[in-house]
Design a binder for this molecule. Structure first.
Ligand SMILES: Nc1ncnc2c1ncn2[C@@H]1O[C@H](COP(=O)(O)OP(=O)(O)O)[C@@H](O)[C@H]1O
Ligand SMILES: [Ca+2]
Length: 497
């Protein structure tokens, strides 16, 4: 009788213990789920940053965004919107200074709509002007300053956190383009085991200048073009050079200057399609510091007539580069030091626009001879045919033969030959964000690129909690089993007595 009563008591205890276990497990699960769900359902607070790229040919505005709490993580800043300012670059407003600022209205209004009102006061805005303004400043510093002031004052009328309008250096333009490319490709910042991961070089072709930036496989001889950077705990020895006057619009002026002009004011241009005619004002050609050479043209207007002569065009384009001097172990042109190109390259801006026109921008790179054939085939077409076959804007269309040949020539001067041509990838965007100096510039000025690898927890919050709970349950069960065995032994021992 006593034994049976004890058994009932023991059963009751077991049920009680089972109930306690279930309640504990439920309790632990609730404790885990709530914080995880809680954190996930919180809307991610986004931060914004705006950069205006005041290029020589036009101004563009870019809006970037990133989750507030992840500033130092890599690959998380993305472009959420962009806006192309109508009309020419700010340097073209030298005769109507106030209009330079006003020209930005449509895009700044768009930014005001895009960035949530509450965030606008803390959203930094930067304006960086490039080679167009560099050239103007070299001609007339006061005028350049007035123009910068005009854009600055106009941006200040907006509720954003204005951080300054600067004419950036060619070196900054090159390096920030390189940072943008490598940040978006996630070549920098990722903790790749075993030394530095390979970075990609950056090739930027603008209207007034062009930049080449890469980490060479050899020591950089010229200090002028060397830059040591520490990013995310790794050191990079970067080579960068910006060629003023070798953007595609200024290079065309360099070419026109080389061509003969007839007494009646006609220039025959082998780099324009046969039959194409463009009339320009002489001052338009010679008002640039790139073409300040003396000229004795008496006419006001000159007529440029395309002859579509590929070989002649090639020769003339070569003539705008000087190969006669080099005081270094290797040079590109004009006596500029350049180490051997190394690794892969991303080529953007006008490189992309022009090569895209020739359908040479696919994921699978084309070889140099295919590129040459395509450009040649286009240059040999008469203008009448070209005009009818493409709906491209006439100015770009008429300059594509020149631009295509110029790009092929420039890249070969950098020593891209048939053997390494395919290391160049022509691209406009990387993961939805425009390739260009603006993103790198903003990240640098907002201190978003740490010099050292930021401390990262080995586990995410959610996995940390999960692991902790699983182990708690595990330990709890071990204890429980131990306890039950222990109890059983005691009961058994009691039964014996
Ligand atoms: N759709 C296009 N097709 C061809 N060229 C283009 C196109 N859009 C822009 N470009 C060219 O890209 C270049 C952009 O240069 P830009 O950034 O304004 O000058 P810079 O960087 O020298 O200050 C210009 O030469 C412009 O004509
Ligand atoms: Ca540019």
């Amino acid at each position: 009788m006593v034994g049976a009563r004890q058994e009932i008591k023991l059963k009751k205890y077991r049920y009680l213990i089972a109930l306690v276990i279930i309640l504990m497990v439920v309790g632990v699960l609730v404790l885990v789920t709530i914080p995880v769900v809680q954190n996930r359902s919180l809307p991610k607070k986004l931060k914004y940053g705006i950069v205006l790229d005041a290029g020589s040919s036009h101004t563009a505005l870019y809006i970037y965004s990133w989750p507030a709490e992840k500033v130092n993580d890599t690959g998380i800043v993305t472009e959420v919107d962009s806006c192309k300012v109508k009309g020419p670059g700010i340097s073209s407003y030298w005769n109507d200074i106030e209009q330079a600022g006003k020209s930005l209205k449509v895009c700044l209004d768009k930014a005001k709509e895009r960035v949530p009102e509450k965030q606008q006061y803390v959203t930094p805005v930067y304006l960086g002007a490039t080679a167009g303004m560099r050239l103007l400043r070299s001609q007339n510093q006061a005028l350049a300053e007035q123009l910068m002031k005009s854009v600055q004052e106009f941006i200040k009328t907006y509720p954003f956190n204005f951080q300054g309008a600067q004419i950036i250096t060619g070196q900054e333009e090159g390096v920030f383009g390189w940072i943008t490319v490598n940040y978006l490709m996630e070549n920098i910042g990722k903790d790749n085991a075993g030394g530095n991961p390979e970075t990609e070089g950056a090739l930027d072709l603008g209207g007034a200048s062009t930049q080449i930036t890469f980490v060479p496989g050899e020591k950089i001889e010229s200090e002028e073009s060397a830059l040591k950077m520490r990013l995310y705990g790794k050191s990079y020895n970067i080579y960068t050079h910006s060629y003023l006057c070798y953007g595609k619009d200024q290079a065309l002026k360099l070419l026109l200057e080389k061509l003969d002009i007839t007494d009646n004011g006609t220039i025959l241009n082998p780099c324009f399609n046969k039959g194409y005619i463009r009339t320009i004002n002489v001052t338009e050609l010679f008002n640039s510091p790139c073409t300040s050479a003396q000229h004795n043209i008496i006419q006001q207007m000159v007529r440029i007539i395309g002859t579509g002569n590929f070989d002649q065009c090639d020769r003339y384009i070569r003539s705008i580069f000087n190969f006669s001097v080099c005081t270094w172990s290797s040079c590109s042109f004009n006596g500029v030091y350049q180490p051997k190109v190394h690794g892969k390259f991303g080529a953007f801006s006008a490189y992309y626009f022009v090569m895209d026109f020739f359908n040479l921008t696919s994921e699978k790179p084309y070889d140099l001879s295919t590129a040459q054939q395509r450009v040649k085939a286009f240059c040999l077409k008469p203008w009448a045919e070209v005009k009818n076959s493409f709906s491209t804007n006439e100015k770009y269309l008429s300059e594509n033969c020149f631009a295509g040949q110029y790009i092929l020539s420039l890249l070969q001067n950098y020593n891209f030959t048939s053997s390494n041509w395919k290391t160049i990838m022509f691209l406009r965007k990387i993961k939805g964000t425009n390739a260009g100096w603006t993103l790198g510039y903003m990240m640098n000025l907002t201190n978003m690129i740490p010099a050292e690898q930021p401390y990262t927890k080995p586990l995410t919050n959610a996995s940390y909690l999960t692991v902790m709970v699983i182990f708690s349950i595990f330990v709890f069960f071990l204890l429980l089993i131990g306890f039950l065995i222990f109890k059983k032994k005691i009961f058994k021992a009691q039964d014996k007595f």
